[in-house]
Ligand binder design. Structure first.
Ligand code: ADP
Length: 707
């Protein structure tokens, strides 16, 4: 019998022991039976021979039938036979031969395979047999067939036999009982360990089942041959199967259509033959109601701890809702993108539409102001010019904000001086402040000639915004602008303070003022005008420069803005470059102005002519190209939106022409969205001057690129 050590029981030990003893005893009895028969001619004591033969046959039959007898039946038989055999042996061979051995063995075996009480009664019974023999020998003249001599018949030797029999039996009994107890306790310990493990295992099994059955996944697992080995509740429910045992050993063919089962088999075979650990895909499933559902499916190879492939785990879950949501999000993003494009397009168009006529008005006023005028006319024109400036600044604000929001605003890194910016601001706002009866005070603390690398235009924009607000919201007192610059280790940290003694901002509005189109105190703002864009642009510019802006204010006392910026120090070579650049002489240079708007041509022409530039003109791209074929020019100012051939197409052809490909061309246009400027750069424009422009701006750009 093969014993499983993990599940060994007391009954198993008894059975095993009894089997062994029956086998050994059978051999032993057969030998003693042969010995008994061999002595028959000498002794002629037939009853004992028959008894031995009978016992021998019984042992043989028990040996062959042992698998059909319980161990206690075999044990009882064994003890009885030993006992009878022992008595017969004593009678036939003498006390010191087989009898003693048989009776000892009888006690040992009985204590082992039966129980203690049975063993004791057999031992007492055995002792009683000796006593009976002793009495029979002493008083009834009973004789042995073998002469055992006076030693075998004397009372003292019988007393020794009985005492030694009981003594040895007791020791053997004691030892075997101990051994048995030890074995029992070992088995009990092992069984309790097994029970504990079984409890743990069943707990883990419960957790595993709970998790498996409550996951929003259908899960099934297959053995090495891709037959189903188990599944969770979701899969069973879906397949309308009640018990997991109903799917074990099945294949995909039992649950899916032939084609589907073949597809799955092919997939899994491919997975098995590949190095990949898993296979994932999304599939569309049509429900019984005819709805389409989507699910993510995964086939995963399973390996034992030893790395042996044991099967495949298949899991799937419904992703229809997520897919619909993703679709909705994508649609919404597409819509938003389209909306954004439409917004940018709208801004581009509107700014172009406004800038083009404004350029005319602005340029003409500028030209008029340079002619002889009465004081009254001059006054009117200056006011008109100021209004155009305000309008331009609002449009610029809107464009700036949309550029910043689209992350399309690029900052320059050119040398400039904060001291210079401060004095520019002072000059620009002095009149405005004094008109309101305000005192505009500026202070600069730092090295006099320190120049840093940054974007002076955008920093001026910040300064102008804060100063104009300070003047706007202050009715009496003063506005102070202080700049403190500290150079250290090649870096310059600058703090700009703009402080006023104006209306102040309520605490609850302090965080709102930086939001676009938000005006802290509507009543004041309405009086003072403004679009509510200034501070939001300032904040975003400061953030883009990696600086910090803070504000402190108290209603009725005033407001103080503080901006902290960091810049690198300018190196000297750059300074020389800037200096030489601004000194270019334009006298005698030939410039072609291309614009479909006659007024704009006139304005550009008039501005350039004042610097003795020879100006020629064309009304569209075709005319410009024709002109350039026959004439040599030093630079082209090219409008973009023109009939017949626009500026972009014209530019492409200029750059494609070997003779013209290095000719400096500046876009002179009202289309100045970040995307437009990027396109101009891509087409090969050297620069872009946005309309409406001032004379200085135009001359600066021309001087920068003309050879
Ligand atoms: P705008 O000045 O065009 O209205 P801004 O974004 O520049 O827009 O300012 C937003 C609001 O913050 C203003 O409308 C005003 O209520 C408040 N504000 C800004 N600067 C000051 C200041 N120096 N004193 C008082 N209020 C101010």
């Amino acid at each position: 019998m093969q014993l499983n050590v993990e599940h060994i029981t007391l009954a198993d030990i008894r059975g095993q022991l009894t089997d062994t003893l029956v086998s050994v005893s059978t051999v032993f009895v057969m030998i003693s039976m042969l010995a008994s028969f061999s002595r028959m001619p000498v002794l002629g004591f037939l009853p004992v021979m028959y008894l031995h033969a009978f016992i021998g046959l019984l042992f043989l039959s028990v040996f062959f039938a042992k698998n059909h007898l319980s161990h206690s039946a075999r044990g009882t038989f064994l003890c009885s036979m030993f006992f009878i055999g022992g008595v017969a042996g004593i009678h036939n061979f003498g006390l010191s031969a087989g009898g003693t051995i048989f009776l000892y063995a009888c006690g040992v075996v009985s204590s082992m395979v039966l129980n203690l009480r049975a063993a004791i009664s057999f031992n007492i019974g055995g002792a009683m047999v000796f006593v009976s023999y002793a009495i029979a020998l002493a008083y009834f003249d009973f004789e042995f067939a073998v002469d055992v001599g006076p030693y075998g018949t004397s009372l003292s030797s019988w007393v020794v036999y009985i005492i030694s029999y009981v003594f040895v039996n007791s020791i053997v009994l004691y030892l075997t009982t101990k051994l048995f107890k030890y074995l029992t306790s070992m088995i009990e310990l092992q069984q309790s360990n097994i029970q504990e493990k079984e409890v743990e295992l069943s707990y883990s099994q419960t957790i595993l089942n709970t998790v498996l059955n409550n996951l929003p996944y259908g899960i099934l697992w297959k053995d090495k041959k891709l037959n189903y080995a188990g599944a969770n509740k979701q899969f069973l429910d879906e397949m309308k199967v009640n018990d997991v045992s109903d799917i074990i050993g099945q294949t995909d063919g039992s649950f899916f259509s032939k084609d589907e089962a073949e597809r799955l088999l092919k997939l899994e075979q491919q997975l098995l033959s590949s190095e990949n650990k898993k296979l994932s895909y999304e599939e569309k499933v049509n429900t019984d109601d005819g709805d389409a559902r989507y699910r993510d499916v995964m086939h995963l190879k399973m390996h034992s701890d030893e790395g042996e492939f044991v099967g495949i785990l298949v899991s799937y879950h419904d992703v229809t809702e997520a897919k619909l949501l993703q679709q909705k999000t994508e649609d919404a993003m597409l819509l938003a993108e389209e909306g954004n494009k439409a917004k940018s397009q709208f801004l581009a168009n509107i700014s172009h539409e406004i800038r083009t006529p404004m350029n005319g008005v602005y340029g003409l006023i500028d030209l008029c102001l340079n002619t002889e005028l009465s004081a009254e006319q001059k006054g009117h024109l200056e006011k008109a010019s100021a209004s155009i400036k305000v309008l331009t600044s609002i449009i610029n604000d809107i464009l700036d904000l949309s550029k910043i929001e689209a992350n399309q605003l690029e900052l320059e890194h050119i040398p400039f001086s904060f001291k210079q910016l401060l004095s520019d601001t002072q000059v620009l706002f002095e009149k405005q402040a004094s008109d309101k009866g305000l005192y505009l005070e500026t202070d600069y603390f730092g090295q006099e000639d320190v120049r840093v690398l940054g974007d002076p235009t955008r920093i001026s924009q910040i300064l102008f915004n804060l100063t104009s607000n300070a003047i706007k919201f202050t009715s009496s007192g003063k506005v102070n602008i202080t700049i403190k610059s500290l150079a250290y280790n090649g870096l310059v940290t600058t703090k700009i303070y703009v402080q006023d003694s104006g209306t102040g901002i309520a605490k609850k509005n302090l965080t709102k003022i930086f939001d676009a189109f938000t005006q802290a105190e509507l009543a004041t703002t309405r009086e003072s005008g403004g679009s509510g864009l200034g501070l939001s642009i300032v904040k975003r510019l400061v953030e883009q420069m990696e600086g910090l802006i803070t504000v402190k204010s108290s209603v009725g006392v005033g407001t103080k803005f503080c901006i902290t910026l960091r810049h690198k120090l300018e190196n000297i070579e750059q300074r020389v470059d800037t200096f030489t650049r601004t000194r270019v002489d334009l006298k005698g240079k030939r410039i072609l102005v291309v614009d479909d708007n006659l007024i704009n041509i006139e304005i550009a022409g008039a501005m350039l002519s004042q610097n003795q530039v020879e100006v020629s003109s064309a009304y569209n791209g075709v005319e410009a190209l024709e002109y350039l074929e026959d004439h040599k020019v030093d630079l082209v100012l090219l409008d973009i939106a023109m009939p017949i051939m626009d500026g972009c197409e014209c530019m492409k052809r200029i750059r494609a022409n070997d003779a013209l490909k290095n000719l400096p061309v500046i876009a002179l246009t009202a289309n100045v969205m970040a995307s437009d400027i990027a396109l101009y750069e891509q087409l090969g424009f050297n620069d872009c001057v946005p309309k409406p422009y001032e004379r200085a701006q135009l001359l600066e750009a021309v001087a920068k690129h003309i050879n």
